[in-house]
Design a protein around this ligand. Structure first.
Ligand code: B12
Ligand code: SF4
Length: 523
């Protein structure tokens, strides 16, 4: 049987990184079946195009996975597939949280023949077998013989054949720059961000978050050995293809068990398996100096920190009092001292937020080492404690907000400001944080850093701007480049100068000096 796994596009940005679930399910599909992958973020298709593709390929089963914000699009695609006579199974966080919707048991239309609840690592082979035999059940739940929920242990962990997967669609190097880099920028012919998990679960239970409910508060880890082997394979492949690989450890809280994280990082260093990596780590865990040293030594470059708010009353409401705004600056300085920078994430529209929240937050951010701030609105995702609280208080303005997805629009009224004020605050925060002036200031404060690092920082700033301000076509990109021409020009000049200097030194190296230098380097 041919199986098509499809991830709908999010409709706002192009994802910079493939979705792990598709590769994971592909890796555990019994060998007699063939799996095709289409990620709508990289290969946008409408309903007709996807149906035609599936028909041409002779697909016998379609698997669709989606976050809540893509649910409506996922259902449209599922409906088109089913209308064409191809059975559909849906999985992922949204259908797990609202199972009746996909099965049409809530009074609405049915969108899927079957759904996979929760983690599907162990149910997927059964789903595939049942589909092949034409006997799909409605619901596949990860339970043991006694009906008790069973979580995959992640040991052993499937081997994802990254080296055989065509990741061209996720190359971060823009198409127009590829020939140039091939000629002059050996080592930068492609840049890929690869998702990798080292563990699952987070027990913290922040009120707005689906993770504790979905993955459970039981934390599970892959063996260090399996993570190290995956890193080594990626590193070897990047070297052979003269490209760069960056790993995104997508664990919800990479350092949730500090002892284990330190042991993993030590093993990575010992095996020389370092590649530049980023991960999500909550601020409270970054108090540990030894952990931060190991992050730096293992080539951790960016840490995503869910700061959420600088207001302790908001954090208390969100069950996130373990975040201490008073220590944010210390944590960020501790990271910056080791050349690690942060993606700092904030949520506006919390119950204690008032007009001016953007200004107050930006004032703090601008006093910290330059990072990449991101801002979103508080969204009650179904099956979270926040959703239940807002429903109980009758405050939802769009009860099924995912069926009418509107980026950055709240689905309930905050208590101390309006929905439209929240939108204004988000506009202000994003435009000020990524304005050409702010980009220049950020580069200026990084002036002691190597030019290569500053180039990466600027490129990331331009990409991050696109999370809020759509930059989906060449015209939009040209506009951003024109607005940031001062920063781009001065960095390019410096980078070319350094490159020429390097070449000149290489050519001028006296013949007799080279062996000594190589010996010294080897030592
Ligand atoms: C990596 C990640 C991202 C990446 C992008 C996604 C990518 N390219 O990987 C980035 C950083 C960009 C991102 C952004 C956002 N994210 Co995010 N992200 C994650 C994260 C941390 C890991 C996802 C992952 O790969 N997990 C590991 C895989 C193995 O798990 P999985 O995807 O759930 O798949 C398993 C099962 O669900 C199931 N399954 C999944 N799909 C399918 C399909 C079929 C057919 C079957 C059978 C089974 C199946 O099988 C898999 C194996 O068990 C999750 C949290 C988490 N731990 O999952 C949040 C998460 C998915 N994100 C979330 C959110 C809210 C967002 C944002 C909206 C945040 C924001 N406010 O901006 C944005 C929106 C992104 C966008 N523009 O679309 C929520 C989604 C909640 C929901 N109900 O929708 C999550 C769950 C985190 C949370 N705090 O609650 N995210
Ligand atoms: S710390 Fe992060 S992953 Fe854990 S519950 Fe809170 S928001 Fe979710």
């Amino acid at each position: 049987m041919k199986i098509l796994l499809y991830n709908p596009d999010n409709g706002v940005t192009r994802n910079f990184m493939p979705h792990l679930w598709m590769f994971l399910l592909q890796a555990i599909t019994p060998r007699e079946h063939e799996v095709l992958l289409v990620d709508g973020n990289a290969k946008p298709m409408n309903e007709t195009e996807l149906v035609n593709y599936a028909r041409e390929q002779g697909v016998g089963l379609v698997g669709i996975g989606a976050m809540t914000r893509m649910a409506a699009r996922a259902y449209r695609m599922a409906d088109a597939m089913r209308a064409a006579g191809i059975p559909v199974v849906m999985g992922g966080p949204h259908v797990t949280e609202v199972p009746d919707e996909a099965l049409g048991k809530d009074g609405g239309p049915r969108h899927a023949d079957a759904i996979a609840l929760g983690e599907a690592d162990e149910t997927w082979p059964q789903i595939v077998a049942d589909a092949a035999n034409g006997c799909l059940k409605d619901i596949y739940a990860p339970v043991d013989e006694t009906g008790k929920e069973h979580k995959p242990s992640l040991q052993p962990y499937p081997q994802i054949p990254w080296n055989d997967i065509d990741l061209d669609q996720f190359d971060m190097v823009p198409k127009f720059a590829r020939p140039l880099l091939k000629r002059y920028g050996s080592g930068w012919q492609a840049v890929h961000v690869i998702p990798m998990e080292s563990g699952r679960g987070c027990p913290y239970g922040c009120e707005f978050c689906t993770v504790t409910g979905f993955f459970g508060d039981s934390i599970r880890f892959r063996s260090n050995e399996s993570v190290v082997q995956e890193l080594l394979a990626l590193k070897k492949n990047a070297r052979e293809n003269l490209s760069q690989v960056i790993v995104f450890f997508i664990d919800d809280n990479f350092a949730i068990n500090i002892k284990r994280t330190k042991s993993l990082l030590r093993d990575i260093i010992a095996a020389d398996a370092q590649v530049p990596w980023m991960a999500q780590i909550s601020a409270n865990l970054l108090r540990d100096e030894e952990l931060v040293d190991l992050i730096a030594a293992s080539e951790g470059k960016w840490v995503f920190i869910g700061m959420e708010s600088i207001d302790t009353a908001n954090l208390k409401d969100m069950n996130k009092s373990f975040n201490k705004p008073a220590e944010y600056a210390t944590v960020l300085n501790r990271l910056a001292a080791r050349n690690i920078y942060a993606v700092t994430s904030f949520i506006f529209g919390m119950d204690n937020d008032t007009a001016g929240v953007a200004d107050r937050t930006l004032e703090q951010i601008e006093s910290w080492p330059p990072g990449l701030p991101v801002f979103g609105q508080l969204t009650p995702f179904p099956a979270t404690p926040l959703y239940d609280r807002i429903v109980a208080a009758n405050r939802l303005t769009r009860p099924k907000h995912w069926m009418e997805f509107a980026p950055y629009q709240m689905a309930h009224e905050p208590l101390k400001m309006s929905i439209s004020q929240t939108q204004k605050e988000l506009d202000e925060a994003w435009s000020r944080s990524y304005s050409p002036e702010r980009n220049l200031q950020a580069l200026e404060s990084l002036k002691e850093q190597h030019v290569k690092f500053r180039v990466i920082h600027l490129v990331m700033r331009l990409f991050f701007r696109g999370i809020y301000f759509p930059q989906m076509n060449t015209r939009a990109w040209l506009k951003v480049i024109a607005q940031n021409r001062r920063a781009i020009y001065s960095l390019s000049k410096e980078a070319v100068g350094k490159w020429r200097e390097g070449r000149k030194n290489k050519h001028q190296l006296p013949q007799s000096a080279s062996p000594a230098i190589s010996e010294k380097r080897a030592a």
